[in-house]
Write a protein that binds this ligand. Structure first.
Ligand code: FMN
Length: 219
């Protein structure tokens, strides 16, 4: 499966098999995360076999089950890192999908206290991603239309339409899809459109999808 297929196949999965991630997959994921850490400068940790973050048994969070593996995204306390966490987090989410795993972003439904204990002093927790072998591959959900998320009217170049289509397949907090894409001086631009939880993280996520599908960097 390549990254474009991963964009199409990925859906949030919250219920996982109680099956540890294989050694081979761990090695590949760790190497990929290390590259993302170097490129981004943000904090990225992979916590394997840690059921306490999403809870287990009766004390589990939200609708998560056997969410035993977690990617933790963090940044410097003084920096605005939300968009970067979204961009690099989604890069990892799609890679995880190509490895035959499933995932789900989480900003609320997990134990922040337990994760904070894993961070260093001066580090700010941004958001986490649960991952593992899903019980299912998730389901398709409702989406806005291309017209609803495109600022400029008129003909769209093919690369732009492909980018926006991929952005509409991206996960956003509570499926809010509060973003808009446009073209300025021939180049793609994207902005947050309206208030909502995590919309800067969402912006980073949708920019990554757009770039993969269009081949164009978004300002
Ligand atoms: C930044 C962010 C935060 C999210 N936080 C949560 C959460 O706390 N709990 C949860 O169950 N799902 C959470 N989600 C998952 C979204 O509800 C889900 O991505 C959205 O409904 C779209 O569905 P899809 O991922 O299947 O495309 C979050 C997603 C994003 C991008």
């Amino acid at each position: 499966m390549d990254i474009l297929e991963a964009i199409e196949k990925r859906h949030s999965v919250r219920v996982y098999k109680d099956k540890p991630i294989s050694e081979d997959v761990r090695q590949k994921l760790d190497a990929f995360v290390e590259e993302c850490r170097k490129d981004s400068g943000i904090g990225i940790r992979v916590a394997y076999d840690t059921p306490e973050i999403f809870g287990s048994g009766i004390a589990h969070y939200g609708s998560f089950k056997n969410a035993n593996n977690v990617i933790i995204l963090s940044g410097d306390k003084d920096e605005d890192v939300d968009e970067k966490c979204g961009y690099y987090g989604e890069k990892i989410v799609l890679y995880v999908q190509t490895l035959g795993l499933n995932s789900c972003w989480a900003a609320l439904t997990y134990s922040r206290g337990k994760v904070r204990k894993m961070l260093d002093d001066g580090e700010k927790l941004c958001v986490v991603i649960a991952f593992g072998y899903g019980e299912t591959d998730g389901v398709e959900r409702k989406s806005k239309s291309i017209e609803e998320v495109v600022a400029s009217k008129g003909d769209m170049p093919d690369w732009f339409r492909k980018g926006v289509e991929a952005a509409l397949l991206a996960p956003t907090a509570v499926n809010q899809q509060k973003f808009k894409f446009g073209i300025k001086d021939g180049n793609p631009v994207a902005v947050v459109a309206g208030r909502g939880p995590c919309n800067k993280v969402d912006l980073g996520i949708v920019k990554y999808h757009f770039e993969v599908a269009s081949g164009r960097k978004v300002e």
